[in-house]
Design a protein around this ligand. Structure first.
Ligand SMILES: Cc1cc2nc3c(=O)[nH]c(=O)nc-3n(C[C@H](O)[C@H](O)[C@H](O)COP(=O)(O)OP(=O)(O)OC[C@H]3O[C@@H](n4cnc5c(N)ncnc54)[C@H](O)[C@@H]3O)c2cc1C
Length: 409
């Protein structure tokens, strides 16, 4: 009998955990599964800010996907998806390659939303992928090198747009990195500026007051210039224009003003709302019985008004249901509905401080930072068991390396 073909697009949290689920649950020769991802590595997106600041080594943030697949039930294919032909059930990759499917999982993740602010798309750096954050780090290093020659203060002015979850994590990492970089390039720390620009009136909008107060005090204590209720109007390669008329001379703006679903999904003939694909309670694309969509790409309504947020926690939980639902579809059995269980949120501010809420308990400081490590360790455990946890935690940051990577790829 012809084996059914399952194709998973995207090797992020959603796609990888779905693959691992299928490895565990599929019988031998029950289906042919292919996981397609742009790169051979999976990046731990929740730690990308560390790559941007150079505070974690590349091999801590990236994992070789074929090594994570434990059986021959799932085949990995490196490729960039360009289109999906839903009528002929084919995925079209770059260079004209086509991959047939019977069942498809869309797990293509997020993209950064720059809201059309002039110059941001072209001149700001993005926390979008391993490559885009590596480009941040290479740029920072270059600014330190150039400063030694021209002493232009705009080179050592590092601005982060957005004081939400990702913005605060990026700021925390820059605070951590700056003294080491200054010492390496023999520059006084007082020559550097770290600026956090946020349109709303507070850091971490949506977090509780304890977390907000802790974060505000922590970053200010570490010399960060916090500009809340301030909007960026324009960004050029050498300056940032604010709505209060100020023009900040700066060559680095790291944009973390918001994310949206992968733009590719809007080009496909899919029910897209607010840049994400509408899915039913079983995580199938609305109106389709053989196409699932999970993670940041999916718009799953938690109630009549609101969709679930784009988080790794949601992507992982959805993948844990998507895998079994694929198998149920294949076997003609009934599917399980997805329901989300929020376990908490922890935002790091460098290595030794964090804020958040875990199982209803508000936490701040070093304890919260340790909890963040526990959360990261748990993910590694789900992916690769205790061996992967030990292997990744044993990795030590190597001296700053210069790797040539272009911006925002
Ligand atoms: C700095 C930072 C910190 C974060 N911290 C947290 C946190 O603490 N907790 C939390 O829950 N969430 C956090 N998040 C959010 C979390 O990372 C995302 O919600 C999560 O990555 C979504 O998983 P996903 O599988 O949907 O997509 P992704 O992890 O983005 O994976 C998508 C995959 O698809 C691939 N891809 C994209 N387009 C194509 C294409 N055309 N062809 C082939 N492959 C393609 C990408 O390369 C990627 O591998 C953080 C995000 C950032 C940036």
């Amino acid at each position: 009998m012809k084996k059914s073909k399952i194709v998973i697009l995207g090797g992020g949290y959603g796609g990888l955990i779905t693959s691992r689920k299928l490895e565990k649950l599929l019988k031998e020769n029950e289906a042919e599964v292919t996981l397609i991802n742009k790169h051979e590595y999976h990046y731990i997106a929740t730690q990308l800010h560390k790559t941007g600041a150079g505070t974690a080594s590349d091999d801590k943030i990236t994992l070789h996907i074929p090594d994570l697949l434990k059986t021959n039930k799932v085949q990995f294919k490196k490729g960039t998806v360009e289109r999906v032909d839903f009528n002929n059930q084919q995925v079209c990759l770059e260079y004209g390659e086509k991959v047939d499917y019977d069942f498809l999982v869309l797990a293509l993740g997020y993209e950064v939303d720059t809201f059309g602010i002039p110059g941001v798309e072209e001149n700001a750096f993005q926390i979008r992928s391993f490559r885009s954050t590596k480009a941040i780090y290479n740029h920072v290093i270059h600014q330190f090198e150039a400063y030694q020659v021209d002493q232009d203060p705009s080179r050592l002015t590092f601005a982060v747009a957005g004081a939400g979850f990702t913005g605060v994590e990026m700021i925390g990492e820059l605070v951590e990195a700056m003294p080491k970089l200054c010492s390496k390039y023999s520059v006084p720390v007082s020559d550097t500026r770290i600026i956090n620009i946020e349109a709303s009136g507070t850091v971490l909008p949506g977090f509780d007051q304890k977390a907000i107060d802790f974060t505000t005090n922590y970053v200010k204590k570490h010399g960060v210039e916090l500009m809340t209720s301030t909007k960026i109007m324009e960004c050029t390669p050498t300056s940032i224009k604010l709505d209060n008329g100020t023009n900040i001379p700066a060559r680095t703006l790291i944009w973390s003003g918001g994310v949206r679903g992968n733009r590719l999904l809007e080009k496909l003939d899919l029910p897209v709302e607010r840049s994400r694909v509408k899915v039913d309670n079983y995580l199938r694309v609305e109106g389709m019985t053989n196409v699932f969509c999970i993670g940041d790409a999916a718009r799953f309504m938690k109630n009549d008004k609101d969709a679930l947020p784009p988080t790794a926690q949601v992507a992982i939980q959805q993948a844990e249901v998507c895998g079994p639902n694929l198998i149920a579809t294949l076997r003609g059995e009934s599917l399980s509905t997805f329901s989300y269980h929020h376990k908490g949120t922890v935002a790091s501010i460098g290595n030794t401080a964090a804020v958040g809420n875990v199982f209803g308990f508000k936490i701040t400081g070093l304890f919260a930072a340790l909890m963040k490590q526990v959360v990261e360790a748990r993910y590694l455990f789900v992916l690769g068991g205790p061996a992967l946890v030990v292997k990744q935690f044993a990795k030590i940051k190597k001296p700053h390396q210069q790797v040539s990577v272009s911006r925002n790829k």
